[in-house]
Design a protein around this ligand. Structure first.
Ligand code: SF4
Length: 349
């Protein structure tokens, strides 16, 4: 039989207050329920111990609490953990915890599958099944925080939206999860510790800047030559590089936050002098730093990372032009948890 109860997490604080008022109960109970749901992360009405038994029964009659669960976990030799997270409708997403001596970074998914088609990315072979709701994104973060406390004895310190999906294709829900996460009623996390990584959708980058957001922005560029970028990220044919650059400048002028350019160098794709020069020219136009990312082969893309000489040539040329550059080694490669490898390969229970 279909469940007609509403998901209580879809209600704002004001709506919860109104619900109690309309049942002849103080609106303050709505504030308390909101805190249980979003500050303490409870998933059971009986755990709301400052509510009377009759108030809990009232909630149970009217609502359910949809929530995500950890379905499986894999631990890498380098300490990275990958989790498959089951959503209320049985669909699975993946999240990753990456510990270092000073931080634990949670890599968070924003969609089930992905609507874009980057040919080097394992997630792209999963069709986009749906967007995550904002409470599912928030749940994922609470679950990762809990796991981090168990596995690494400290809470998560940083969040990157770099898991499954393109966060800007689910912008409203991602933004509302970040708002909750940074609020005093959520995890109170500083927005400076949150990075949203996008493949670059100019219109929404501008919208984000207009929204006065305080988190950081990273863009997966992978080529500063339009024709090459379109080959590896086919959707980019709708978003010419000039438009992307224009949006990034708009972002910088409003937020004053420099952009991280994510870039993988593949043999036979972007390993020539003209590729390096194009990247340098692109970066000169926008306050940015470059993250060269180690490539992790996937089943659907059989290219190799360029050799050390090419990588060094990138680093040397960028340094020479006074553009900050780092080379980021992948973590969790042995458990398919590295960048671009998330494709639900953990066996489900
Ligand atoms: S790299 Fe990101 S945007 Fe591209 S297909 Fe993979 S998940 Fe989607």
């Amino acid at each position: 039989m279909k469940n007609f109860k509403k998901n209580i997490r879809n209600l704002s604080k004001e709506e919860l207050q109104d619900f109690f008022l309309s049942n002849g109960i103080s609106s303050y109970k709505g504030t308390q329920v909101y805190k249980w749901l979003w500050e303490k992360g409870v998933v059971n009405f009986d755990d709301m111990t400052n509510l009377s038994l009759s108030q809990r029964s009232l909630l149970k009659r009217e609502f359910i609490i949809n929530h995500a669960l950890i379905n499986n976990k894999k631990l890498s030799n380098d300490g990275t953990s990958k989790y498959s997270v089951k959503l209320y409708d049985g669909l699975i997403i993946e999240s990753v915890l990456i510990p270092t001596t000073r931080r634990v970074t949670a890599c968070i998914s924003s969609q089930v599958g992905c609507s874009l088609d980057c040919i080097f990315c394992a997630t792209s072979i999963l069709k986009r099944m749906r967007n995550l709701n904002s409470d599912e994104i928030y749940d994922q973060i609470l679950l990762m925080n809990h796991e981090s406390l168990i596995s690494y004895k400290r809470p998560i310190s940083n969040i990157v939206f770099m898991g499954m999906g393109e966060p800007l294709m689910n912008y409203n829900n991602v933004l509302s999860a970040i708002k909750k996460l940074t609020s005093t009623e959520g995890l109170k996390m500083s927005p400076k510790r949150i990075t949203l990584s996008t493949s670059g959708i100019p219109k929404i980058i501008k919208k984000m800047a207009d929204g006065n957001v305080k988190f950081k922005l990273a863009v997966s560029l992978h080529s500063a030559i339009q024709s090459i970028r379109e080959k590896i990220m086919p959707f980019a044919n709708k978003f010419p590089l000039e438009e992307l650059l224009d949006a990034l400048l708009y972002w910088y002028n409003i937020t004053k936050s420099i952009v991280t350019i994510e870039y993988i160098v593949w043999e036979g794709i972007n390993d020539q002098k003209r590729d390096i020069e194009a990247l340098v020219e692109f970066c000169k136009k926008i306050p940015s730093k470059v993250n060269l990312i180690q490539y992790n082969p996937t089943d659907n893309f059989h290219k190799s990372e360029a050799n050390k000489e090419v990588l060094n040539a990138y680093i040397k040329t960028l340094n020479f032009s006074k553009i900050r550059v780092t080379y980021r080694k992948s973590r969790g490669y042995d458990i398919n948890a590295a960048c671009g490898q998330l494709a639900n390969k953990i066996t489900s229970n």
